[in-house]
Design a protein around this ligand. Structure first.
Ligand SMILES: *[C@@H]1O[C@H](CO)[C@@H](O)[C@H](O)[C@H]1NC(C)=O
Ligand SMILES: *[C@@H]1O[C@H](CO)[C@@H](O)[C@H](O)[C@H]1NC(C)=O
Ligand SMILES: *[C@@H]1O[C@H](CO)[C@@H](O)[C@H](O)[C@H]1NC(C)=O
Ligand SMILES: *[C@@H]1O[C@H](CO)[C@@H](O)[C@H](O)[C@H]1NC(C)=O
Ligand SMILES: CC(=O)N[C@H]1CO[C@H](CO)[C@@H](O)[C@@H]1O
Length: 491
């Protein structure tokens, strides 16, 4: 999601040089697909834009301002007129189309239309030209949920208009991965009358201030040998940063990161991404080999960072640069870093701090680093009220129903998700060596995108198939119950 890899690892930005157009900013939880360069390729079911006039402030009866919100629709598999409508929620990045992941298989199976709404402020759906802090006051998950609700009503009404019917309801189902996974669960929680159910994939429903479990999960996912090598590399990096920081940053191709905390966060995220997105061996194999051969672990790590993280994966350094995060100039792709940090610094935190004991990342990546960043980038008064967020949604005690939670065993984010099943809210863990963030919808690895979420390269494809079967059964059951209760009248 930056935590995503900060969240960083959750969300990816795109850069055209990357073969599949995936990139991850540290602060995000989730990926986004590349834009114009792939407009006609099979990574998307569609990327033809539509627009909806959305209310800017859903919580003020006096403010009637609107802004244009982008959305997409894919109707090839739609069973006209009464098939289900799948609402795929977009999150903390530009939403450039409907990705061709496992949702396309589900849409075909259920005869569903797929619609997808860009999250307010991101991509082309920004209400303001300047992203100064004051203008970000309407950026929150709570506003975003109302956006989805009004969009859902609008889309249903426009379908009815086309058919010349009134008060008809198709059965809706919501989907999301990562932060949008949390939105998917929260949408069903807050608007149960507007959707028959929800898939909440790698859904980070628990706002956490000191998210030490994130680093702990990295250690577990890495296994003893790789974890030890990573910890040694971190120690050496800290020593060299103190003695000759300039040369060290140069070695990693990261001279632009003048704040040491930004640099150390970047190095931590570089490791995270390997586990979050299903490429653990790209990191662990060279590191463990270097250690066995008595070679310089910092050199080995620098090679991984330059070749894989900055190269193949295509992250940009500016994602970690607080000077970049301070930029209030609107940019469709690049502003996502600043926008997601605003959500982090106000609502959800997920501060990926080093645990006191046995940490993989540098202990200098602590709560003060994150708080200082929030202050430096947004001003004095910005502070994440995680308690309010968890009271509002319930955290892992969410009192929803008909929500499927899924998590990948290697994903550091899983500790902020709901991992224990409860009545009417099944939770499934997909366990395999390279099962990461959103494996149920994206297969393995999760980046680059596997068309239709192909799972054959997961180290245990059966583990993925088993959970997908559960997902299909749940959707089938809940869609049919939606019809029976007459809550949604069929034509
Ligand atoms: C949105 O509002 C503007 C200004 O009122 C109007 O010109 C435009 O047609 C509207 N767009 C849609 C899609 O309703
Ligand atoms: C987070 O950790 C810091 C120490 O690193 C501590 O001072 C602070 O009280 C913790 N905050 C919360 C909310 O647990
Ligand atoms: C830290 O590790 C030591 C030894 O491994 C253990 O005894 C101690 O309980 C741990 N402390 C915390 C806070 O986990
Ligand atoms: C699976 O792995 C093979 C061999 O590495 C590769 O050629 C293929 O493209 C991968 N398929 C997917 C869907 O990732
Ligand atoms: C449903 C499920 O598999 N839950 C497990 C997920 O992982 C946690 C540990 O992180 C277990 O305690 C749960 O039982």
């Amino acid at each position: 999601m930056g935590t995503t890899i900060r969240l960083s690892s959750l969300l990816l930005l795109m850069y055209s040089t990357v073969s599949y157009g995936f990139v991850a900013p540290r602060t995000m939880l989730q990926h986004r697909l590349s834009g114009s360069s792939s407009s006609s390729n099979s990574n998307y079911l569609t990327n033809e834009e539509h627009w909806f006039n959305q209310t800017l402030d859903h919580f003020s009866p006096y403010d009637h301002r609107k802004f244009g919100q982008r959305y997409y629709e894919f109707l090839d598999y739609f069973r006209v007129p009464d098939g289900p409508i799948f609402l795929k929620i977009c999150g903390e990045g530009s939403c450039n189309g409907i990705a061709n992941d496992y949702i396309s298989v589900l849409a075909k199976k259920f005869g569903a239309a797929v619609v997808s709404l860009e999250h307010r402020y991101y991509g082309k759906s920004s209400p303001f030209q300047s992203l100064k802090t004051e203008n970000l006051r309407y950026l929150s998950s709570k506003q975003a949920l109302f956006d989805l609700a009004f969009f859902r009503q609008h889309y249903q009404e426009s379908l009815n208009l086309k058919r010349n019917k009134a008060n008809v309801e198709n059965p809706w189902f919501v989907f999301g991965v990562s932060y949008p996974g949390a939105l998917s669960a929260w949408f069903r929680l807050k608007f149960p009358h507007l959707t028959c159910g929800s898939l909440a994939s790698s859904a980070v429903v628990l706002a956490v201030y000191n998210f030490t479990e994130f680093d702990q999960q990295i250690g577990e996912s890495a296994g003893t040998e790789c974890k030890t090598a990573l910890q040694e590399a971190t120690q050496l990096v800290e020593q060299r940063l103190a003695s000759d920081g300039k040369a060290l940053k140069q070695l990693f191709g990261a001279s632009e990161l003048q704040i040491d905390g930004d640099f150390l966060y970047f190095l931590a995220d570089a490791a995270v991404i390997a586990f979050q997105y299903g490429n653990p061996d790209k990191l662990c194999t060279p590191l463990v080999e270097a250690k066995k051969a008595g070679e310089d672990l910092v050199d080995a790590y620098a090679n991984y960072v330059k070749e894989y993280y900055l190269g193949t994966f295509g992250v940009t350094l500016q994602t970690y640069n607080q000077n970049h995060l301070k930029s209030t100039t609107l940019n469709e792709e690049e502003s996502a870093d600043r926008l997601w940090w605003f959500q982090v610094c106000t609502e959800v935190a997920y501060f990926q701090v080093a645990p006191l004991n046995d940490s993989v990342r540098s202990s200098k990546v602590d709560a003060s680093y994150h708080l200082d960043l929030c202050k430096n980038v947004f001003g004095e008064d910005v502070y994440p009220d995680v308690d309010a967020t968890n009271i509002y949604y319930g955290g892992t005690k969410i009192a929803g129903s008909k929500i499927i939670f899924t998590n990948g065993s290697q994903d550091p984010w899983r500790r902020a998700s709901k991992q224990i099943s409860s009545p009417d809210m099944p939770s499934y863990l997909i366990s395999c060596h390279n099962c990461g963030h959103g494996t149920d919808l994206r297969g393995c690895p999760q980046v680059p995108l596997n068309l239709e979420g192909d799972a054959k390269n997961c180290s245990s494809p059966e583990a993925v198939h088993k959970v997908r079967q559960q997902i299909v059964e749940n959707i089938d059951l809940w869609l049919s119950q939606c019809q029976e209760t007459g809550r949604r009248s069929y034509m």
